[in-house]
Ligand binder design. Structure first.
Ligand code: UDP
Length: 410
C-alpha cells in the first residue's frame, strides 16, 4: 500500500523536478562539468543502494539540498527507497554499528525520517540510530503522519549541519548558538568557574515584552548568556539567513542539565512556581536521577519582606545552579535585584518549567513540537492566560520581524 504511495508521489515529484533537472543538466554541460554523481549506501537487507545527486554548480538555487539531492527520487521510483523510513546508512557505519542497530536494514530506507524532521526543527536530542529503529517499525498510518510532519520541517526548518556562527544577534540581542549538549557544558562550566553568572532564555513573547519594558531589556543585555528559545526565534533566524544549532528552551535543556549534574555532583536549587510545585519537581527528579543533589526548593511567590530570608536560604545551601521560575519578566527582574547578595554559580530564569516537570501541567506531545506548534498546545490548555501572548503576540512578533524593529531593542 505505502509502496503505491511511494511510487505515485515519486512520479509526481519527478514531473515537477523535470524542468529543473533539464536546466541543471544544460548548465552543467555548458560549463563542461558532469551533472550527476552518486554515493553508495546500504539498502534493504544490506543490498547496495546508489543514490544520485547533482554536482554543485556554485549557484545557490541549484546547490540547495532540495534540488541537489532530488535525483534520490529515482531510487524511490525503482522501489529501492521509500518516502518515509530510516535514513540510509553507509557500509562504514554498518561495520561499526552494534548488531541490534542493523535492524534498520530490514526495511527500505527513507527519504525522510523522524531524525530528519527533528533535526530540521532543531529538536533532535535523541540518538539517530535509536530513532531509526522506531522508523523501521512504523505502521502505514504513522508513516503518513511522519510524511505530513516533514512538510513544515522542510518549509520552516533548516539543516542542522549548516549552523556555524557561535552567536546570532536578533532584535539587537546577542544569543549564544549552541547544541543542547554544548549549552549544558557551558552552563555547568560557568557554574564551576564563575560566580553570579546569569543565563536567560528569549522567545518571541520575551522579545515583545522587551520592546515595551526597558527595565527587562536592560537586564537581558546584562545577562552573561542568552539562549534562543522556540520556533519563533528559529523562524526569525531562518528568514534573516542565520541557522540555529538547537532550540534551547529550558524545558528541553533541564533533563540534560540534571543528568549531567548528577554526574558532576553540582547542586541545584529550585525557586519558583506555586507552593508545592518545586517540591514535587524535586521528588520526581530524585526518582529519575538518584545522584542529583537538589539542595533546596522554595515556591516563587516571594513577598518583599521575605526576600532576605529567601536569599539566606539559597546561600546557606551553597547551590551551584539556581533555577528561578517566576515567569517573564518577573524572574529576570528578581534575579537582577537579588544578584549582588546571591552566592551561587549560575542563575537561570526558566518560566513555566517547574509546572511541566512537577507533573502539574502536561507538555505538548512530541508531534506538536515536531511541527512547531508547542505554543498552540499551551494556548489550548490555558486559553485565558495565553491568548494575548500567542494570538496577539505572535502577530506582533511577526510584524517586528517583517517590518524590522526600528532599533527599539538596540
Ligand atoms: N510564578 C511565580 N511567582 C510569581 C508569578 C508566577 O512563581 O510571582 C510562577 C507561576 O506559578 C508559573 C511560572 O511562574 O509556574 C510562570 O509560568 P509561565 O508559563 O507564564 O512562564 P513563561 O512562559 O513566562 O516562561
Amino acid at each position: 500500500m505505502f509502496r503505491l504511495v511511494d511510487f505515485f508521489a515519486g512520479a509526481c515529484l519527478t514531473l515537477l523536478y523535470l524542468p529543473i533537472w533539464t536546466l541543471h543538466f544544460l548548465i552543467a554541460r555548458l560549463s563542461g562539468r558532469a551533472w550527476l554523481t552518486f554515493d553508495e549506501y546500504l539498502g534493504r537487507g544490506g543490498q547496495t543502494l546508489k543514490l544520485f545527486r547533482a554536482r554543485a554548480l556554485g549557484l545557490p538555487f541549484f546547490d540547495h539540498p532540495l534540488v541537489a539531492e532530488s535525483p534520490r527520487l529515482w531510487a524511490v521510483l525503482r522501489g529501492k527507497l521509500s518516502l518515509v523510513g530510516p535514513a540510509p546508512v553507509s557500509e562504514a557505519w554498518a561495520d561499526s554499528a552494534a548488531p541490534f542497530q542493523l535492524e534498520r536494514l530490514r526495511v527500505r530506507p527513507g527519504l525522510v525520517s523522524t531524525w530528519y524532521v527533528r533535526s530540521r526543527m532543531n529538536i533532535a536530542f535523541e540518538d539517530e540510530a535509536d530513532l531509526a529503529l522506531q522508523d523501521a517499525t512504523l505502521s502505514p498510518g504513522e508513516r503518513f503522519a511522519l510524511l505530513a510532519r516533514a512538510v513544515p520541517a522542510l518549509l520552516f526548518g533548516s539543516p542542522r549541519q549548516a549552523a556555524q556562527a557561535d552567536r546570532v544577534t536578533l532584535f539587537g540581542l546577542e544569543m549564544a548558538n549552541r547544541t543542547r549538549d554544548e549549552a549544558v557544558a557551558e552552563v555547568l562550566g560557568l557554574a564551576a568557574t564563575g560566580r553570579r553568572k546569569r543565563v536567560a532564555f528569549v522567545n518571541p513573547a520575551c522579545v515583545n515584552i522587551a520592546l515595551k519594558d526597558s527595565a527587562y531589556l536592560k537586564v537581558l543585555h546584562q545577562s552573561d548568556l542568552i539562549y534562543p528559545d522556540g520556533i519563533g526565534i528559529q523562524l526569525a533566524c531562518k528568514f534573516t539567513g542565520r541557522r540555529l544549532r538547537d532550540n534551547l528552551n529550558g524545558t528541553d535543556l533541564y533533563p540534560a542539565l540534571a543528568e549531567k549534574m548528577a554526574e558532576t555532583g553540582q547542586s541545584l536549587f529550585l525557586l519558583g512556581a506555586r507552593p508545592g510545585v518545586a517540591q514535587a519537581m524535586a521528588e520526581r527528579a530524585r526518582e529519575r536521577w538518584p545522584a542529583l543533589n537538589i539542595c533546596g526548593v522554595r515556591h516563587g511567590y516571594v513577598q518583599p519582606e521575605e526576600e532576605a530570608e529567601v536569599v539566606d536560604q539559597i546561600n546557606a545551601t551553597g547551590a551551584d545552579v539556581l533555577l528561578v521560575a517566576m515567569g517573564v519578566p518577573q524572574q529576570e527582574l528578581w534575579i537582577d535585584r537579588m544578584l549582588p547578595r546571591l552566592e551561587i554559580g549560575v542563575v537561570m530564569g526558566v518560566g513555566g518549567l517547574f509546572d511541566f516537570y512537577s507533573g502539574r501541567m502536561p507538555r505538548a506531545p512530541l508531534w506538536m513540537r515536531e511541527v512547531g506548534l508547542e505554543w498552540l498546545y499551551r494556548l489550548i490548555k490555558e486559553p485565558r492566560r495565553m491568548w494575548r501572548r500567542y494570538l496577539v503576540g505572535n502577530l506582533v512578533f511577526l510584524r517586528h520581524l517583517v517590518l524590522g524593529h526600528k532599533g527599539e531593542l538596540q
